[in-house]
Design a protein around this ligand. Structure first.
Ligand code: CUA
Length: 155
């Protein structure tokens, strides 16, 4: 098979770049212990319901307009089911799973993260306009996956 000289040059370049990227990612993961940026800390997934603050999931007011929301995801629900914040609230979500891999997504906002057992994922958003936002699981987690949802009410 004849491969044009220019094409061979670009193919070689592409394969070298792939090898370099793979080496960088592998080195970062193995040597530096780098994890995706939304995973902030580890947790024992078998002791979620005894581990503060996830033993009492819910909304905490930090200061005016600043909130933290602690969520536990388990098949097939989120706890808390509904949180209510005033318009303009900046909410930092902390989410962990008590069983399998879940998703944590509020469509039309920047909130979208995987929820991996053993990790606490964190993502933040400022809710500027009033309304009811649906919070959904967007990782397939079993037979009831499509029913796994909660609400964020912005007043
Ligand atoms: Cu939880 Cu899908």
């Amino acid at each position: 098979m004849h491969i044009h000289k220019g094409e061979r040059l670009w193919l070689t370049f592409a394969f070298i770049m792939m090898a370099v990227f793979l080496a960088v990612i592998t080195t970062a993961a193995v040597v530096d212990g780098v994890v995706p940026p939304s995973r902030v800390q580890t947790i024992d997934p078998t002791k979620v319901s005894q581990t503060p603050p996830f033993d009492k999931p819910g909304l905490r007011k930090v200061s005016d307009g600043e909130y933290e929301a602690y969520y536990v995801a388990r098949i097939f629900s989120f706890s808390p089911d509904t949180i209510t914040v005033p318009a303009g609230a900046h909410v930092t979500f902390y989410v962990t799973s008590a069983d399998v891999e879940h998703g944590f997504s509020i469509p039309e906002t920047g909130v979208n993260t995987m929820v991996t057992p053993g990790w606490v994922s964190s993502v933040a958003h400022t809710f500027r306009t009033p309304g009811t936002f649906l919070l959904i699981c967007n990782e397939y987690c079993g037979a009831g996956h499509q029913t796994m949802a909660a609400k964020v009410v912005v007043e």
